[in-house]
Design a binder for this molecule. Structure first.
Ligand code: NAP
Ligand code: MG
Length: 404
């Protein structure tokens, strides 16, 4: 066998939790380290280590990503009340993805991996739909309160000279209630808009954007206006040259059009819309296990991951010694995406070529009829076979070796 492929610059490796942590190690052992001299700066973002370091490890990993330019991340637990007891946590640590996004101020692009034999639940969808999720602010950086009956809630803004502007939120005259404060910044919305316009030009696809500007006449309308101003000033002629369109509509109308469409465009979403719609789109395309995700910062830093979570239900089976059949495709594509980007930036074509071959071997395995349980129930191939988590990776290795 030929020498192992070398990596000039480290890749930031962010390990994670539960079933995806198990898969993470298997991917490295079976599909990566036999071929590459893996050069990573390792950060353990597993919940145990985050708790030990008071979540400093998450911040360190994001800063390392800024330094080296490329990261690959495993899915991680976002703690809730039940996790507090399960892991005996000091605090309910914030979502690592939220923390990393806030530090990198990036935009998340999610696209499904399409394979022959798996028809989307919406059979009209022929091409991928890439969802661009604004990764800053709104409810992910909110302040919330429970309000006692008899209270009055107001929005108060104090300007730099100490002058206050007040708006009534609600007079709670008829009992208890809740309030929420959210924000965004023109700078972040602007870099979101530019990231989307640039990505659309890169992959030569139309860009759709939608908000609820008819109801939210200041907050959502501001998103619409910033997108429009930047498009008119900086991108209109480039889009014309590339033969692509920028299309704005109301979020309700966008959802209806997406369902009727055949795919093949980028759908820019506000933070919450992107969170929810990307799960809907991923599920309709087949399985969450086939959805890739990349966070791109305005200064060109990339963080690759799978769109799904830590697949807790499978992990509990795994802990009991039961066999699992968990789909590792999105996690494999997180690695290949990161290795390709590393190779492009370092100008090491053999690394790019390896990543391409690994992607090809992965798709080929499924198209040969060998797949995990989530795809098995969706596939219309006649010779299909369901395999367990580890055997799926071994089947990919067989095909990868043929390509090497
Ligand atoms: P999840 O881990 O995505 O899993 C939800 C269900 O989707 C699974 O039970 C499984 O369905 C199916 N599924 C997802 N990925 C799959 C795969 N690769 N192969 C096969 N089936 C797959 O979401 P969750 O259960 O809501 O969340 C679990 C944990 O992940 C939570 O602690 C959450 O905080 C965390 N999370 C992390 C991220 C991230 O790090 N980016 C994102 C989302 C959630 P069946 O059980 O029916 O087989
Ligand atoms: Mg989500």
């Amino acid at each position: 066998m030929a020498d192992k492929i070398k990596m000039l610059t480290p890749l930031v490796e962010m390990d994670g939790d539960e079933m995806t942590r198990v898969i993470w190690q298997m991917i490295k052992d079976i599909l990566l380290t036999p071929y590459i001299e893996l050069n990573t700066e390792y950060y353990d973002l597993g919940l145990v280590r985050r708790n030990e370091t008071n979540d400093q490890i998450t911040i360190d990993s994001a800063n390392a990503t800024k330094k080296y330019g490329v990261a690959v991340k495993c899915a991680t637990i976002t703690p809730n009340a039940q996790r507090m007891t399960e892991y005996n946590l000091k605090e309910m640590w914030k979502s690592p993805n939220g923390t990393i996004r806030a530090i990198l101020d990036g935009t998340v692009f999610r696209a499904p991996i399409i394979v022959k034999g798996i028809t989307p639940l919406l059979p009209g969808w022929k091409k991928p739909i890439t969802i661009a999720r604004h990764a800053y602010g709104d409810i992910y950086k909110n302040t919330e309160m429970k309000v006692k009956g008899g209270s009055k809630a107001e929005l108060v803004v104090t300007d730099e000279n100490g002058n206050e502007t007040r708006e009534l939120i609600h007079n709670f005259t008829k009992g208890d209630g809740i309030i929420q404060g959210v924000h965004n910044t023109d700078a972040s919305i602007g870099s979101f808009a530019r990231a989307c316009f640039n990505f659309a030009l890169d992959i030569k696809q139309d860009l759709w954007f939608a908000t609820k500007d008819t109801i939210s006449k200041k907050y959502d309308h501001n998103f619409k206006d910033i997108f429009n101003d930047i498009f008119e000033a900086e991108y209109k002629s480039k889009f014309e040259e590339a033969g692509i369109e920028y299309f704005y509509t109301l979020i309700d109308d966008a959802v209806a059009r997406v369902v009727r469409s055949e795919g093949g465009y980028i759908w820019a979403c506000k933070n919450y819309d992107g969170d929810v719609m990307s799960d809907m789109v991923a599920t309709a395309f087949g399985s969450l296990g086939m959805m890739t995700s990349v966070l791109v910062s305005p200064d060109g830093v990339y963080e690759y991951e799978a769109a799904h979570g830590t697949v807790t239900r499978h992990y509990y089976k795994h802990l009991k010694g039961e066999e699992t059949s968990t789909n590792s495709v999105a996690t494999i594509f997180a690695w290949t995406g990161a290795l390709k980007k590393r190779g492009e930036l370092d100008n090491t074509p053999d690394l790019v070529e390896f990543a391409d071959k690994l992607e090809k071997a992965t798709v080929q395995t499924i198209e040969d009829g060998v797949m995990t349980g989530d795809l098995y129930i969706l596939s219309n191939l006649e010779n299909k076979k369901k395999v367990n988590t580890e055997d799926f990776l071994k089947e990919i290795k067989v095909r990868l070796d043929n390509l090497m």
